[in-house]
Design a protein around this ligand. Structure first.
Ligand code: FES
Length: 155
């Protein structure tokens, strides 16, 4: 199977570089697909099972296509104390998702996150890396609805 992107071509064909190769694939396609696992295994001359094991071991790697809006609720200490678990419940109810899930349309995914680095804004969440802080129920739901509507406007 051919490598479906050129992202591996600059990396030396040495099994020690497998993680680097998978990072390059993920940054290119947003996740590591089944097809890319096969391509990486062939490129680095390792069994596909070894690539699968490595992907399972490191949480940085995603195995499925990311949602359009990736919601991450901070569960760092400051946010936890200031209501982070409640924010997660509000979002869960609004999106009908549990942490770790993606909706059927691939519009939203929900996860918890380590400290987002803005504890003075606790409780906080990020959507595609953009931070929203000092969240209350009304604000949280409005942010989600604004994102949902912005997607519909661009369809
Ligand atoms: S603990 Fe949430 S931003 Fe630091």
């Amino acid at each position: 199977m051919e490598n479906n992107c050129n992202c591996l071509n600059k990396i030396e064909k040495n099994a020690c570089n497998l993680i680097q190769g998978l990072q390059a694939i993920q940054s290119h396609e947003g996740f590591v697909s089944k097809q890319s696992i096969a391509a990486a295994a062939k490129y680095f001359s390792v069994p596909e099972a070894e690539v699968e094991d490595l992907l399972s071991f490191y949480s940085q790697f995603r195995r499925s296509k990311p949602a359009r809006f990736r919601v991450a609720v901070c569960d760092g200490t400051a946010c936890h104390v200031k209501g982070g678990p409640m924010v997660l419940d509000w979002i869960s109810a609004e999106l009908r998702l549990k942490s770790g899930e993606t909706d059927e349309k691939g519009l939203f995914s929900l996860e918890t996150s380590v400290c987002l680095g803005c504890c003075n804004l606790a409780p906080a969440m990020s959507i595609n890396g953009k931070v929203f802080g000092k969240l209350d129920h009304k604000t949280t739901v409005k942010i989600l609805k604004d994102h949902r509507n912005s997607k519909q406007e661009h369809q």
